[in-house]
Design a protein around this ligand. Structure first.
Ligand code: UT7
Length: 341
């Protein structure tokens, strides 16, 4: 008997069924930017970046390479791994804060490129929790709307909205994409529980000030570099470290599980110190914690599915394993998902 069914996970006992991640894939751009490269660009050092974040290098999209390009590549990898007819996909969700264009949805470009007919498509704009929120929507729609399969993609080209003159942010971010095919499952298996929350009073701590309806783009705003990511990193750090235990324990509780049941913790890869704090809080040894922030930096929404795909590739996920995914970021939003692999 699985841990979840043994402890009565919520997986949809009173709903039409369950949902699960059928396959996962990822893709990152070829170009690598190292800390040594950044030392040539801004007043920083490899030592500062590694000691404050754990990041050593990140992948950067080339000119003309857009979020949908990364999304399509990641989605193809996920689809290759499962034996479903792509035409069974009823919905494409792309979680991103770096859409190809402000509108239409990047998901529309992805749907077209993948040749998916009879399929709806939309974006979720929620920063680093985007994959968890997309997963929650997919799971819910499969269980209540009888959608057959949903493609949940999380993809970012943060390099395009990074201020390469601002050392406090430019050393942090990277580009990449992860994609999950989500489909139906027996109740009490697969996606067991998702918890989410938003603290809008802290929304100003991480944002892109110009280019929306509040401050449409002007030459003046561009001169002021307001069309780039702004982050009060230290404040975001404190909110993350405080919020992660509560949202994680909430999701585990909903699934009828505890931190002792977790086989793999897949956190949003923003900072090695935040990952270490969560692992310590849940008493999880390094072999139960996915880490790739050193090689990809912070890829916002994409970081959890990239880490998940990598863990699967490394053979770190066995059927029946309990995976706790935790996201935190712009909004200020938090999200945690408990999945039985
Ligand atoms: O993905 C969405 C969620 N985002 C996050 O979770 C990010 C959370 N925040 C963080 O990870 C950390 O706060 C940062 C890595 C962004 C910053 O680390 P910190 O330990 O909080 O540093 P700080 O911002 O308090 O800055 C410490 C010092 C400052 O100098 P002074 O004022 O003490 O003289 C900064 O100017 O480090 C300086 N500094 C740098 N020095 C060298 C800031 N960036 C750099 C840099 N190189 N790149």
């Amino acid at each position: 008997m699985s841990k979840a069914s043994a402890t009565g996970g919520e997986g949809g006992a009173d709903t039409v069924g369950g949902s699960r991640i059928v396959a996962i894939g990822s893709h990152v751009p070829e170009k690598v930017l190292t800390n040594a490269d950044l030392e040539q660009m801004v007043d920083t050092t490899d030592e500062w970046i590694v000691s404050h974040t754990g990041i050593r290098e990140r992948h950067i999209a080339s000119d003309g390479e857009a979020t949908s390009d990364l999304s399509i590549a990641a989605a193809r990898r996920a689809l290759e791994k499962c034996d479903i007819d792509p035409q069974q996909i009823g919905l494409v969700i792309v979680a991103t804060v770096t859409p190809d264009e402000p509108f239409p949805a990047t998901a529309s470009f992805v749907q077209h490129a993948l040749g998916l007919q009879r399929c709806a498509a939309f974006d979720v704009i929620n920063g680093c929790t985007g994959f968890i929120y997309g997963l929650a929507l997919a799971s819910s729609l499969i269980r209540t709307r009888q959608e057959q399969y949903v493609l949940v993609i999380a993809a970012e080209t943060l390099s395009k909205i990074t201020d390469w003159q601002d050392r406090s942010t430019c050393v942090l971010f990277g580009d990449g994409a992860g994609a999950a095919v989500v489909g139906p499952a027996e109740p009490g298996t697969g996606i067991l529980a998702v918890e989410w929350s938003t603290n809008g009073s802290a929304a100003h701590l991480l944002n892109l000030p110009a280019g929306g309806s509040r401050r449409p783009i002007t030459h003046e705003l561009i001169d002021q570099r307001q069309h780039y990511i702004k982050m009060q990193g230290h404040e975001v750090f404190k909110l993350a470290v405080r919020g992660i235990p509560e949202i994680s324990l909430g999701a585990l509780h909903k699934a009828g599980l505890t931190p002792q049941d977790v086989d793999l913790l897949v956190m949003h890869q923003a900072n090695q110190r935040i990952i270490d704090a969560a692992a310590k809080r849940f008493d999880l040894p390094p072999e139960k914690v996915a880490v790739n922030v050193d090689r990809y930096g912070n890829t916002s929404a994409a970081s959890i599915p990239i880490a998940l795909a990598e863990a699967e590739q490394q053979g770190r996920l066995k059927p029946g394993d309990i995976v706790l995914m935790v996201g935190f970021g712009a909004g200020f939003s938090l999200g945690a998902a408990v999945v039985e692999w």
